[in-house]
Write a protein that binds this ligand. Structure first.
Ligand code: NAG
Ligand code: NAG
Ligand code: NAG
Ligand code: NAG
Length: 359
């Protein structure tokens, strides 16, 4: 009985202390905490700037994971604000090019927010967090690149300025997971693949399980892939949805958006079912819009088809970014071969696709 009362008293006391110190203005020690933790990141200034006195991000930091979680929440908060701000700039666009680059950015901010959301609360593994944070950062880079590619960096672009990329870089540096090619394969497919998807990728005739069929001769449900995508977007639920695309050359740009989950494309074979596009930066598109097939929805898989972009190597300004340079050393080039860059040796042989591992 005695113990019980004592416990309640000390609880009361702690509550009182908490109340006394929980005003929105951070205490001196919290400020010092923030400064020293931010000092460990690549961009300490925006870190201190936003965390000092942030009313909802005032959790006490005792260990690195606390600070990492805080940094991710901060990046997500600022990305949400940046997205809303970007949205409000739509009416300021003066021409089609500005509008196009701006529109890419809206979508890219949405995807960034989605990916940051996966890592918030540290509910995924460190390696997955590394992937999502890198994706989030790359999306913003792609947004910025779009303005440069369409040569419209002078007006709307400066108004979009924010510190979100720096905040994501900070989270990425804190999360740092050294690269380890730990993915294990069985039967040529990564072991993390769901058993149902594994079966579909290995089945001899997955087309027989199709939910919808695309055929140019009218023997299917639709004649174009985009019509099938529209139909797929009206389905309820997110279970695996198979679009069988019969032999033919489909001159389409296809987008599997982030709301379209677990879509599978099945063709009649490499070189038989061909999805072809010819967009390029030289042709007036951003790199983001140049993809023939852009799949951002989770769980997208495809087999037995060819996806190509015929814009060709003569197209000017295909790649125009700060880090661009011509590789003239074989040592450097060998890092970007199928063998090293995508660890092709470990999984490609089982697919039967012809490839050259090295230079
Ligand atoms: C953080 O701020 C909120 C709202 O201002 C408050 O309820 C909470 O107690 C504060 N937490 C700390 C650790 O100061
Ligand atoms: C970005 O952060 C800096 C502090 O490093 C701050 O001075 C600046 O106002 C921030 N920029 C924006 C657009 O919020
Ligand atoms: C993450 O996304 C889910 C689902 O859209 C949403 O309910 C949740 O509020 C988001 N979390 C944050 C921290 O934004
Ligand atoms: C490779 O390119 C760099 C810069 O473009 C140049 O300085 C260097 O001499 C080149 N090396 C060879 C082996 O051609």
């Amino acid at each position: 009985m005695m113990m019980m009362i004592l416990t309640q008293k000390s609880l009361m006391f702690r509550l009182l202390v908490l109340l006394l110190f929980s005003s929105a203005i951070p205490t001196y020690s919290q400020q010092a905490d923030v400064k020293s933790w931010c000092g460990k990141t690549p961009y300490p200034q925006p870190c201190v700037y936003y965390l000092s006195g942030h009313p909802t991000l005032n959790v006490s930091i005792s260990q690195k994971p606390d600070f990492l979680a805080l940094s991710i929440r901060l990046a997500l908060d600022r990305a949400n604000l940046a997205r809303d701000h970007t949205h409000s700039l739509g009416s300021k666009c003066r021409d089609e090019s500005e509008k196009a680059a701006w529109y890419d950015c809206l979508q890219l901010y949405d995807q960034t927010i989605l990916r940051l959301n996966h890592t918030v609360g540290l509910q995924c593994t460190q390696t997955d967090a590394q992937t999502w944070l890198s994706t989030a950062l790359t999306n913003l880079e792609t947004c910025h690149a779009g303005f440069a590619e369409l040569a419209v960096t002078d007006y709307v672009f400066p108004m979009m300025s924010n510190n979100v990329s720096k905040l994501i870089s900070n989270a990425l540096a804190l999360n740092y997971a050294p690269y380890s090619p730990s993915t294990e394969y069985s039967g040529g497919l990564p072991t993390w693949l769901k058993p149902g998807d594994r079966k579909l990728l290995q089945a001899s005739s997955p087309a027989s399980q199709a939910n919808i069929v695309v055929a140019q001769d009218g023997s299917g449900n639709y004649k174009t892939i985009n019509e099938a995508i529209t139909a797929a977007s009206k389905r309820s639920g997110t279970s695996r949805y198979i679009i069988y695309i019969k032999t033919g050359v489909y001159n389409e740009n296809v987008e599997v958006g982030n709301k379209l989950k677990n879509i599978m494309f099945v063709g009649d074979g490499m070189g038989k079912t061909i999805i072809t596009g010819s967009r390029s930066v030289g042709g007036g598109y951003t790199t983001f819009r140049s993809a023939t097939v852009a799949a951002v929805g989770d769980g997208f898989i495809a087999r037995d088809l060819t996806i190509r972009n015929t814009a060709g190597s003569s197209t000017a300004n295909r790649v125009k970014w700060g880090g661009y340079h011509t590789i003239n050393s074989s040592t450097e080039a060998s890092r970007f071969t199928v063998g090293s860059f995508i660890a092709g040796n470990s999984w490609l042989p089982a697919t039967g696709v012809a490839f050259t591992a090295g230079l």
